[in-house]
Design a protein around this ligand. Structure first.
Ligand code: UT7
Length: 323
């Protein structure tokens, strides 16, 4: 049987750190509220001239450096992002060119915070079917470009970053299964409701480009839905909760992460948490957490990892991986 395996990870974060105390100075909020309700202590914000593709490029250069893999050997580039540099060409095409690759397929996937899981799922299928041998799978965002800094309900949450994996065809198990879902019926609870076709709002700040979220409603659906996808993923692989070694969740809110860990009967020591220092980096959050898990030596080869994410759309997804 042909599988895809993760053969390297990389990540990039902007230099600028914004703490909760920094936000207290511009918003009616407090460090205590943000920590208690979200688990976030600080986040990274891209420089004015730093784009999603810049962060993605830095993460990719790192994974090529670490693995010694030649970018020319990559057959497919898939970038999960909601904040592309341009409307087109896609961030994946810009990235492909910057990394000196020629003519491999390259495209973006917009599934909001589930973008990396969706991108991983697509690349895994290309490898499993024998169409390609190696894929570069990226989650990269400059989500703070869409933040309304006067809205305390969202401004304290979101942040910027990029993470990447290289997937390679293998006879040995790697990605065991991926599961992706969406329900467009809740679009109004979490969205940025302007665009090329629908139009922008010229009189408004940032032409009306901003994240809108009914946080407490999203919270309830996220907890319920992530609980369901844990069951679906275990069932598809005939596995028990105790077979999972590590949970690597989307980093939106520590309380959501804790609820999913509880569902898995998993102690928090087996859960990779980066939300306190990264905030919610949307598509970048899962690959950033994965890279940290790998580079810190916590996750070892042969262990079973459950990756999951939930985001605007709504979209949600999971990947079960024998690392
Ligand atoms: O990544 C994509 C998916 N997104 C998520 O999963 C996010 C899901 N939602 C959440 O993480 C949480 O709902 C939030 C962190 C966004 C909000 O936490 P919450 O416990 O659900 O609070 P809430 O929205 O119910 O608001 C409770 C109170 C309200 O005040 P009143 O009406 O009780 O007086 C808010 O106005 O907290 C107030 N509030 C704040 N207070 C201080 C909201 N934001 C803030 C803030 N600082 N930053």
């Amino acid at each position: 049987m042909r599988y895809s395996r993760i053969i390297g990870t990389g990540s990039a974060l902007p230099e600028k750190v914004v703490t909760n105390h920094d936000l207290e100075k511009i918003l009616d909020t407090s460090d205590t509220w943000i920590r208690e309700r979200t688990g976030i202590c600080e986040r990274r914000i891209a420089a004015d001239d730093q784009t999603t593709c810049d962060l993605a490029e830095e993460a990719c250069r790192q994974v090529f450096e670490r693995t010694g893999i030649d970018p020319q050997s990559i057959d497919l580039v898939v970038v999960g992002t909601t904040t592309p540099d341009l409307i087109f060409p896609s961030t994946a095409c810009l990235l492909q060119h910057r990394l000196g690759m020629t003519e491999c397929g390259a495209f973006d996937v917009n599934a909001a915070c589930s973008g990396f899981i969706y991108a991983l799922s697509v690349a895994d299928k290309f490898i499993r079917t024998g169409s390609i041998k190696r894929a570069l799978v990226v989650g990269a965002e400059t989500l703070t470009r869409m933040v309304d800094w006067s809205d305390r309900g969202t401004a304290v949450l979101f942040a910027d970053g990029a993470g990447v994996v290289i997937l390679e065809a293998s006879d040995e198990p790697g990605i065991l299964s991926t599961h992706i879902h969406a329900n467009g019926g809740h679009a109004d609870l979490l969205c940025a409701d302007v665009g090329v076709s629908k139009g922008f709002k010229p009189g408004e700040p940032n032409a009306g480009v901003k994240v809108f979220m009914t946080g407490n409603e999203v919270f309830k659906v996220a907890v319920r839905t992530l609980g369901r996808i844990v069951d679906e993923t275990l069932e598809a692989n005939n596995m028990e909760k105790s077979d999972i070694d590590w949970l690597i969740p989307h980093q939106a809110n520590l309380r959501i992460i804790q609820a999913t860990a509880k569902k898995l009967n998993m102690p928090m020591e087996r859960v990779i948490v980066t939300v306190h220092k990264h905030g919610n980096t949307s598509s970048a959050s899962v690959p950033l957490a994965l890279d940290e898990a790998v580079t810190s030596g916590q996750v070892k080869r042969g262990e079973n990892l459950l990756l999951e994410a939930f985001g605007g759309g709504f979209t949600w997804g999971s990947a079960l991986i024998k690392y």
